[in-house]
Design a protein around this ligand. Structure first.
Ligand code: ZN
Length: 280
């Protein structure tokens, strides 16, 4: 199995990251730890370098880190200072075999901090996202896209991501991670050659929307992920999420599309290896 979107590089794992990675690898779960700032991107690369195989890194600046932010992670509050996107620093970090993608980057209208500065913040997010498409092309890597719409208009942000990706196309494609947009928008991302990432939300979304998205995604474009420590799948709700729980996402996906667990594992492994050009 392949957890294509993990954050074992985050503080939630600061005391036991090694054990968490070890037990995933022992169960045959490969992973990409995804950076959200320069510091966590660097840590993701260090973790990948400490393992001969099956642990990879993605580097990028998440849209919420463009502003000072109060973060609540696993009940622990900490302040995150805003970061400017340093293209050259990220490019240098990305010149390493273990870096297999750029991201996560994108648009997040859900957690906009300052009401009076919405327009300015959104413009900044778009500019930084465009720079990530340029970085992906400079390093010939795929892009991991984060998108979360405003409460009152969930799909608006997806439309804007689409418009940007059409204008600033990414040669090596990418993935819409944790896609929770409208099912009828999925095909537009598929047309651009993008993959769709599914995680624990599939197991607990009562609206049926994510199941519908999955049914509209061809098998050869499905990726599995955890987004750990967040979004713990059923039946582990209430616990901290971790890469080995990707198994529960695979089981649910199999049930939804009417395939066997083994078929889902086989095709999603193949998809991940193709997109991220890994040999695990
Ligand atoms: Zn993430």
């Amino acid at each position: 199995m392949f957890d294509t979107h993990a954050h074992v590089n985050f503080n939630a794992f600061k005391d036991d990251a090694d054990q968490v990675i070890k037990r995933a690898l022992e169960r045959g779960v490969a992973m990409i730890n995804v950076g959200a700032q320069f510091s966590t991107s660097k840590r993701a690369l260090e973790m990948a370098r400490n393992h001969e195989r099956n642990v990879y890194a993605a580097i990028g600046l998440h849209p919420i880190h463009l502003e000072d932010f109060e973060i609540n992670e696993e009940g622990v509050n900490f302040k995150s200072r805003k970061e400017e996107f340093d293209f050259e620093a990220y490019r240098k970090l990305g010149e390493n075999d273990k870096v297999v993608a750029i991201g996560e980057s994108g648009l997040d209208y859900y957690r906009l901090s300052d009401e009076s500065r919405h327009h300015e913040i959104i413009e900044k997010q778009k500019q930084v996202f465009i720079k990530h498409t340029e970085l992906a092309n400079a390093l010939i890597l795929p892009l991991i896209v984060h998108c979360r719409g405003a409460k009152e208009n969930m799909d608006g942000a997806y439309e804007e991501i689409l418009a940007i990706l059409k204008k600033h196309s990414v040669k090596n494609k990418g993935v819409m991670h944790c896609y929770i947009g409208a099912p009828n928008l999925v095909k537009k991302f598929l047309e651009l050659g993008f993959y769709i990432g599914f995680n624990g939300v599939l197991t607990f979304d009562k609206t049926g929307r994510v199941e519908e998205v999955l049914r509209q995604t061809p098998m050869e474009r499905i990726l599995l992920e955890t987004d750990c420590p967040y979004l713990t799948p059923a039946p582990k709700r209430g616990q901290r999420n971790e890469p080995m729980f990707v198994e529960f996402v695979a089981r649910k996906a199999a049930e939804v599309i009417g395939a066997t667990f083994e078929e889902v594992v086989e095709i999603t492994d193949k998809n991940a290896k193709e997109l991220f050009n890994t040999n695990s």
